[in-house]
Design a protein. Structure first.
Length: 172
């Protein structure tokens, strides 16, 4: 997979790492077309691909200052993008497997799929990822926190609140 053959100018890489808005804009202009092609191939839906690409850019811009080797910014960006695409596909597979659309006759019956579906539809993107990574794949809080660029305490708190919401919804 060779998404875009251009090398990044050193000043763009350095600017993105330092948080320079002009450099971030230039990086976006250079990388967006190839990123959209990769994401479309990986997720299949052009609208979802746009969301995944935006999310990848935001993640890279937030954490670019932690990148040690400025020359690897392009590679790192595509690794982040690929991970976001995989996360979306896992989330979609989980949602389809565990939260099927209930038949019209049972939508108001208060059944398990209906309750879970309501909670999952209201979750933020990060909470969907945490649900998948921690609750379904049984990954450690530390690994998920490191991958998402947040603290372990944030993961622990959000998973606690998510489990609490699920329990409350299932009691109804």
């Amino acid at each position: 997979m060779d998404p875009g053959a251009r090398e990044l100018p050193a000043e763009v890489s350095a600017g993105v790492r330092s948080g320079d808005p002009k450099a971030c804009e230039e990086f976006f202009k250079m990388m967006a077309p190839a990123a959209l092609r990769v994401a479309r191939r990986m997720v299949g839906d052009p609208h979802v691909a746009e969301d995944v690409v935006q999310d990848a850019f935001l993640a890279v811009f937030r954490k670019a200052g932690t990148l040690v080797d400025a020359g690897s910014l392009r590679s790192w960006f595509f690794a982040v993008l690929s991970n976001r695409c995989r996360e979306y596909r896992r989330w979609k597979a989980v949602r389809e497997a565990y939260v099927p659309e209930p038949p019209a006759s049972t939508k108001s019956s208060g059944g398990l799929p209906d309750a879970l579906g309501r909670v999952l539809e209201e979750l933020s993107e990060l909470d969907h990822i945490l649900f998948d990574q921690v609750m379904l794949q049984r990954r450690s809080y530390e690994d998920v926190a490191r991958e998402q660029g947040i603290t372990t305490e944030v993961v622990r708190t959000r998973v606690y609140r998510l489990r609490k919401r699920l329990r409350e919804e299932l009691k109804r």
